[in-house]
Design a binder for this molecule. Structure first.
Ligand code: 26W
Length: 825
């Protein structure tokens, strides 16, 4: 702080004031905004006032950041993503601005618990799962590493749906998170662009020009993401659609209000929800419109800024990295070409060169059903000029392939950007590969499988284009904020004190402490306190009592067959049957907690949620079990719930069929917070086990090679049932209606499917899973040893910070290396 400043001067910005001054300024702000004294202001008014105070500081930092980047002419990265799963922002902002203490004092002086105020903030749930949360962690690290960066997304009015459970079944409700306004967003009406759809393409001499049939108006809403221990910020710019003309006045005057508002309604629908159900043609078209709207507004924005900063576009690729978070923003390819060629007069060759220099693309899944394609017919109608450019790029690429592989006609047919089988479709992943300079997977195994399987042909043609960048998570949110107890311990025990927050590799210093009795006891005490906090949440949400001394076994993530929540439930049933058969034996008490949403049209995933509830009802009410096994499904999983659940977990379930989970990031959050992992040799589990030491990991089941072999041999799930009476008994109980007495047949289809197909090899891994779970019970019985094992896990997690991930992208993909900051000590 400047020495001439008087720290109590009320004209200073909040972060320049003394703690007393900042406390008073917060109290004044609450009173000014709510019109009543701080004591009488409701918690939500407190939350808003604190957020507004932070927003003002952050806006200032944003302006400084943008100004200094403009002056230095620095390269910027633009991260385009349909999802940003930000969660709450207040706690993180207070920490970044150094205002935690003042906020705590102000709230307490008005008789409020700071935590109660923080909990009034709704989650910004602008994402589904892993990919969206990764984008949010990336923004945190980009700001903290002082990387000039923009995130670009859509301002969804309802975001991800709220999950309700009725009679054990999931229902979806719109999540009305903007109802009371959003105290964080900065509306920037002066930043606006026109986005066209439909119409036709006309020729002007040699040139082609698009005349859209309709035009929407895009405006920016900025969300400032603070960096930790720096004044620099990242900007998340979210687009809002509006019609070019708000209402049809003539129709309105005729009294035809529906037609008068039709255009407004159609425009705003773009911003309603994330991933509209695409089982109808209308849903599919809406999704394509969303993707194009995001891409077009973002590119126009970044081009306008580039021209303002540099005066020309011939150095676009040198000064702007544009990253595609999976293929949802892949229309960037034809849109960038169109803007450069049609609007800015560049030649095809020059435009393609800039495009390839600027663009890079991350693939996040190998699941064939998640690889996007769009019907040529739909593009013809909605984006006719883009389709022409895609054809031109395809011709260019296939020409290259023909020159290098002249005799391989099959290869040439296979790698076309257009899928010619059945209804012709544009393949978005190949489009992204061809137009980018780098394509990465998100863990070593995933990146290897990516070039061996789904992209094998492209890897043969473009071998240097593919690479790996293993995922990470931000330690600021997932350790410092979510787990204050453990953080305090780390601050005390690590040589650098606080600085593990930006130098997570420091965690390795804990390794020798795995044998330190005092540290083990401290780790157990911190865990117990987090488990009590979780028990309180479960009691509040469900009215259910769980035992904080029991082993807390957690399976939280999207509900998907490949993630195998069903395998976990089979294991729970086996355990239930074993306890019921010998209630007097010495069982290790366990609480199995599930949470996660199923896609609204994914019936099998919804049935799995139902089964979890049915099993929970039977197990939790059986007097023979006497609390030694409890099953809990916590509804409406999201970022804020994860922040309570993860620090409380003893055991993390990462049990996907090997070769299916691209990386996982929950796995990292758990281990970092001192949970043991039970997991398959899949995704980032592999790199985690290697970093921690395999001896400190519960690995089980078939690996990816063995899975492939099993499938090639002709997998026969029944063979595993014939060999395993415990498995037989579990399946028989489910199929016979033991958990659904009012509807015996409810799960017959599910069991039949396991016996006849079992696409994700649950039965093949069942025995090994049970055996690994028995090892978990044994170790948990020796609590000191268990604590030592968890310390090894925490110590091994230094690599899995998004600071490392972002450095890796910056250096190897975006061409903007990050200077290293020296640790404090
Ligand atoms: C509905 C269309 C769709 C299809 C796929 C939307 C979103 C996807 C994503 C690719 C799913 C996703 O979130 N993938 C996850 O990405 C994480 C971050 O890299 C990985 O850790 C997870 O393993 C991967 O499942």
């Amino acid at each position: 702080m400047d020495e001439q400043l008087n720290p109590n001067d009320p004209t200073l910005t909040l972060t320049e004031l003394s703690e007393d001054g900042a406390t008073q300024a917060l109290l004044d702000r609450v009173e000014r905004e709510s019109g009543v004294t701080p004591k009488r202001s409701p918690l939500s008014a407190w939350m808003r006032a604190a957020a507004h105070a932070c927003r003002a500081e952050l806006a200032e930092r944003m302006n400084q950041t943008l100004r200094s980047d403009r002056k230095s002419g620095a390269k910027r990265v633009h991260y385009l993503s349909m999802e940003f799963l930000m969660g709450r922002a207040l706690s993180n902002a207070l920490a970044a601005l150094g205002l935690e203490a003042a906020f705590k004092r102000a709230a307490e002086s008005a008789g409020h618990q700071p935590r109660d105020v923080l909990e009034r903030e709704p989650d910004a749930a602008l994402g589904n799962g892993g990919l969206g949360r990764l984008a949010a962690c990336f923004l945190d690290s980009m700001a903290t590493l002082e990387l000039p960066s923009f995130g670009y997304g859509l301002r969804y009015e309802y975001g991800m749906f709220d999950q309700h459970i009725h009679d054990g079944a999931q229902t979806e409700e719109p999540s009305d998170w903007l109802r009371d306004g959003n105290p964080w967003e900065l509306h920037r009406p002066e930043i606006h662009f026109r986005v066209g759809f439909g119409g036709r393409v006309v020729s002007e001499g040699q040139d082609r020009r698009w005349e859209p049939g309709e035009t929407l108006h895009a405006t920016a809403y900025d969300f400032v993401v603070p960096g930790y221990a720096t004044r620099r910020v990242a900007v998340l710019r979210l687009w809002q659609a509006a019609p070019s003309r708000p209402i049809d006045f003539a129709a309105f005057s005729r009294g035809d209000y529906a037609s008068a508002g039709a255009a407004k309604q159609a425009a705003e629908t773009i911003n309603w929800v994330l991933y509209p159900d695409d089982s109808t043609p209308a849903g599919r078209e809406l999704r394509l419109r969303q993707e194009y709207f995001l891409v077009s507004a973002s590119l126009q924005d970044l081009i306008a800024r580039h021209i303002a900063d540099h005066g020309r576009l011939t150095n676009l690729g040198e000064k702007a990295a544009i990253h595609l978070n999976d293929t949802h923003p892949a229309l960037t390819v034809p849109e960038l070409l169109r803007l450069l060629i049609d609007e800015h007069g560049m030649t095809w060759e020059a435009a393609l060169e800039q495009c390839q220099r600027a663009l890079s693309y991350t693939n996040h899944t190998l699941m064939p059903e998640a690889l996007e394609t769009w019907p040529v017919r739909m593009l013809e109608d909605l984006l006719p000029r883009h389709l022409e450019l895609i054809y031109q790029l395809n011709a260019h690429f296939l020409g290259h392939v023909t020159r290098h592989f002249p005799d391989d006609n099959e290869l040439i047919a296979r790698v076309s950007l257009i899928d010619e089988q059945g209804e012709r479709r544009v393949r978005m992943a190949p489009l992204s590969i061809v137009a980018s300079h780098q394509v990465n997977g998100v863990s070593k195994l995933h990146s290897d499988l990516m070039v061996e399987t789904i992209f094998a042909d492209y890897a043969q043609i473009l071998p240097r284009r593919f690479c790996n960048v293993t995922n990470g998570v931000t330690p600021r949110r997932w350790l410092a904020q979510a787990n204050p107890e453990l953080s305090t311990l780390l601050d005390r025990r690590l040589a650098g004190g606080h600085d593990w927050r930006t130098h997570l590799e420091r965690l390795a210093e804990l390794r020798p402490l795995a044998d330190d009795a005092e540290f083990r006891a401290e780790i157990l005490a911190a865990k117990l306190s987090n488990k009590q906090r979780l028990a309180e949440l479960v009691r509040r949400e469900l009215g259910l009592i769980i035992d904080p001394d029991s082993l807390i076994d957690v399976h939280i993530k999207r509900i998907h067959e490949y993630k195998r929540q069903l395998l976990n439930i089979l294991q729970v049933i086996a355990r239930y049957q074993a306890i019921s058969a010998a209630p007097e034996a010495d069982w290790q008490p366990r609480t199995v907690l599930f949470a996660g949403k199923a896609a609204s049209a994914y019936h099998k995933a919804k049935l799995i949620i139902r089964l979890i509830h049915d099993v929970a009802r039977v197990v939790n009410s059986d007097p023979r079990i006497d609390g030694r096994l409890r099953v809990v499904f916590l509804p409406n999983y999201g970022v804020s719930a994860a922040e309570v659940i993860i620090p409380a977990a003893d055991l993390s379930e990462q049990i996907s069929t090997a070769g299916t989970e691209a990386s996982g990031t929950g796995n990292m959050k758990f281990a970092m917070n001192g949970a043991m992992t039970i997991g398959t040799w899949d995704g980032a589990n592999i790199e985690m086990a290697e970093a921690v030491g395999r001896d400190h990991f519960f690995i089980f089941g078939h690996d990816a090679d063995e899975v492939r072999e099993l499938r090639n041999e002709g997998y026969n799930p029944r063979a595993y049932v014939e060999d395993n009476p415990r498995l037989f008994k579990v399946l028989e109980a489910i199929a016979s209606g033991a958990f659904s007495p009012a509807d015996h047949a409810r799960y017959r289809g599910l069991v039949d499917n396991l016996l006849n197909r079992d696409s994700y090899l649950l039965l093949a891994d069942f025995a090994a899973y049970l055996e690994a779970q028995a090892r978990v019970d044994m170790l948990f019985g020796q609590r000191e040893r268990w604590a030592g094992e968890t310390i090894h896990n925490i110590a091994g997690m230094g690599y899995f910070s998004t600071d490392r991930t972002i450095r890796d992208y910056a250096e190897n993909i975006w061409g903007m290396p990050v200077p290293t900051r020296e640790p404090d000590a």
